[in-house]
Design a protein around this ligand. Structure first.
Ligand SMILES: Nc1ncnc2c1ncn2[C@@H]1O[C@H](COP(=O)(O)OP(=O)(O)OP(=O)(O)O)[C@@H](O)[C@H]1O
Ligand SMILES: [Mg+2]
Length: 491
């Protein structure tokens, strides 16, 4: 150790050591570092640091990140010439990463002592040896929190894929948490430690590398010897998460298709936009004729009206061009489609609408239905159109339950068949021939597009879409598709 300067009174030494320890209660590196001489030599368990830079990097910074606001409770000081031995307890909360452990909020209390050489004139420590049981410190970090009283259920062990014989530690749990979710996981746990009920989801990565979605609920049920005891439940929600994602994807795809195919609002405004220039063209052409008919003909006026007619003509043709771009067909993707699966998704998507319309949906989906080759989104659009029509056909039905049956089956021709049956108003004989024509509608707010689009989609899949009147009330729409391959590449 460096030669000590002249010893001061014990009061002065006390004051310096206390000021130095007080600085540790903050997170101001510079302030703490100001208590070290430039050539300070400091030894902590396992590390000898020479010079301020080393002390900052290897000692001060890791400690105030890990334990900001830490406290040294001085128990005893023993004074020697230019040197003082201090016995203390290091009290802190583990609030930041330390020695490879992410913050646990564990409360630490570790006894230790230090022998410090000092320079009273500079108010600095010139050398120090610190004795602190690092093992005890680390043990407190990783065994605090939930761990001591951890009664994990078999389910929880299974979800995390922990060895049932092992004792779960918070560190083990954290090691499983998906790296992207670790920060929010820690934040939620910290909130729980502060007394809030927890209900949160996060991902874990098992030892085999599989990603699972876990939902956790927990609340503090008691405080025991200063430690909080949580009670809660863990659930593996991976499957429902996947279903939710599929549903969201389908929903957005269908929403896009719906925009392109039903277009009711847009089509009305397009009709309006085309109608206006057409009216303009006719008006201007009539005016032009009148101007040419007078004697002498009003050539200038006629030229002007023709110009206006041209302008309107161009506008109408722009609208058509835009319309064509809008309808331009999205690429047709041919893939094996499980019609049952596709139907389930459509039902899930429409369920809230159907419930609002008081429609009772029953599905009879055949087991072992072979896949059809087709464009899943387009086929789902057809199913959606049929379901909507069925629901709309029952909107005035009040004397019987509004039952809608969706059935899939493999028919006698080895075709995959889907049927939508309702108990609605049924099909009037004069309407039967026109159902599939574009713009045929009997609804005040209908466009008459749904069935014609559906028909062309099923055609492109080499299938047949047909409508039949029921024996009882209502109508049945169905389509049959060849299973396996056989669909065309264009929609
Ligand atoms: N399940 C059904 N029961 C009775 N009539 C139906 C049924 N489905 C369709 N129709 C008749 O066929 C017509 C055309 O249906 P389509 O789906 O093509 O157009 P829409 O439903 O009127 O309007 P949208 O373009 O919004 O679908 C309907 O207006 C209706 O008269
Ligand atoms: Mg319709």
């Amino acid at each position: 150790m460096a030669a000590a300067t002249a010893p001061g009174s014990t009061v002065e030494v006390d004051a310096l050591i206390n000021a130095y320890f007080t600085a540790w209660q903050g997170t101001d590196e510079d302030r703490i570092m100001s208590y070290y001489a430039d050539d300070v030599r400091l030894q902590i368990p396992g590390t000898l640091m020479e010079g301020k830079e080393a002390v900052l990097e290897q000692f001060v910074r890791p400690f105030i990140t890990g334990f900001p606001g830490n406290r040294h409770l001085v128990k005893k000081m023993i004074y020697g010439p230019g040197v003082v031995a201090v016995e203390w307890t290091f009290d802190a909360e583990h609030k930041g990463p330390f020695a490879g452990h992410a913050a646990t909020d564990a409360r630490i209390s570790v006894p230790g002592c230090g022998v410090y050489e000092y320079d009273l004139a500079r108010q600095q420590i010139s050398a120090g040896r610190i004795y602190l049981d690092m093992g005890t410190l680390l043990k407190q970090i990783i065994t605090d929190l939930l761990v001591d009283d951890h009664n994990w259920t078999e389910d929880a062990y299974r979800i995390f894929e922990f060895d049932p014989a092992s004792r779960v530690t918070m560190q083990m749990v954290r090691e499983r948490v998906h790296p992207e979710d670790l920060q929010s996981f820690n934040a939620v746990i910290a909130r729980g430690m502060a007394g809030m009920d927890l209900d949160f989801g996060f991902r874990i990565v098992t030892g085999q590398g599989a990603v699972k979605h876990v939902r956790a609920v927990a609340r503090i049920v008691e405080e025991f010897a200063g430690r909080r005891v949580f009670s809660g439940d863990l659930q593996d929600v991976t499957e429902s998460k996947a279903a939710e994602e599929t549903l969201n994807r389908t929903r957005s795809e269908l929403a896009r298709m719906a925009r392109v195919t039903t277009l009711s609002a847009l089509t009305a405004s397009i009709a309006h936009e085309i109608n206006q220039p057409l009216t303009g063209i006719i008006t201007n052409a009539n005016a032009c004729l009148r101007m040419l008919d007078v004697d002498p003909p009003n050539v200038d006026g006629a030229r002007e009206t023709v110009r206006r007619a041209l302008r309107d003509g161009n506008r109408a043709s722009d609208v058509i061009a835009r319309l064509r771009a809008l309808y331009s067909k999205r690429e047709f993707t041919l893939e094996p489609v499980d019609l049952n699966e596709a139907t389930r998704e459509v039902i899930a998507l429409s369920l809230s609408d159907l419930q609002r319309s008081r429609v009772i949906v029953r599905s009879e989906l055949a087991d072992d239905l072979p896949p059809v080759a087709g464009d899943r989104v387009q086929l789902q659009q057809v199913i959606l159109n049929l379901v909507r029509n069925a629901s709309e056909a029952m909107s005035t039905v009040d004397d019987r339950p509004r039952e809608l049956l969706i059935r899939t089956e493999l028919d006698t021709n080895n075709q995959v068949c889907l049927t939508v049956k309702d108990v609605g108003v049924g099909i009037a004989p004069e309407a039967a021939a026109k159902l599939f024509q574009a713009f045929f509608t009997t609804k005040s707010d209908g466009m008459g597009i749904g069935l014609s689009v559906s028909h062309s989609i099923i055609d492109a899949h080499h299938g047949h879409l047909r409508a039949t009147a029921n024996d009882g009330p209502g109508a049945t729409f169905s389509f049959a598709l060849p299973c396996g391959s056989g669909a065309s590449q264009t929609a």
